[in-house]
Design a protein around this ligand. Sequence first.
Ligand code: MD3
Ligand code: FE
Length: 217
Amino acid sequence: MTIDLFESLPDIRPSREPIAEGAVLLRGFARSAEAELIKALREITDQAPFRHMSTPGGHQMSVAMTNCGSAGWVTDRSGYRYDGVDPQSGKPWPVMPSTFRKLAGDAAAEAGFAGFVADGCLINRYEPGARMSLHQDRDENDLGAPIVSVSLGLPAIFLFGGLKRSDKAQRYRLEHGDIVVWGGPARLAFHGIAPLADGDDALMGPQRINLTFRKAR
Ligand code: MD3
Ligand code: FE
């Protein structure tokens, strides 16, 4: 007989879980790069701090955002768009760090999208209570390219719906280090984030950061 010494410990091995056609959850995939990601993130937010943008309808988002790369996602009273310039500083968004670029490319390849090159990374910061209501991502030029999302810090409940806003949403808990690659038919699914619960992450503190890598242009 063998004794399983690891039986009572949490399983921290990366795993690969299909969640819909075209969507793959890579649990723990970003863990091995977490220290570099956090350092690079600090360098980005020193140049382009998080800010609460306004929707075209005039509401301030509860999620604070910034970007890196040549295509930054912005919203204001005039609408949504990708812009190479940070409207707050008038300067180009910070360059995408090589650690970001490599992680996104590796995750996309793991999910079957070899050759994915992101030109923008939208960085979302959720503090407890912040949420993102159901929406589709359709501002990108090439909807054949996937979106790669990286979760860091506090866990969140991700809502994954269908191609119609009224389709019932499935719920997934996304944790620190999880990556999801969204391509194929899943690319146009409605999705959102439930209000973030209170908590204090060992590495990130009382917040969740989500990186979404996009081929916007
Ligand atoms: C499914 N962000 O920035 S990431 C967004 O956690 C956004 O901050 C959420 O939705 C967040 O637009 C969710 C997961 C995600 C990102 C893009 C998708 C899921 C997606 C695009 C199509 C389908
Ligand atoms: Fe989205």
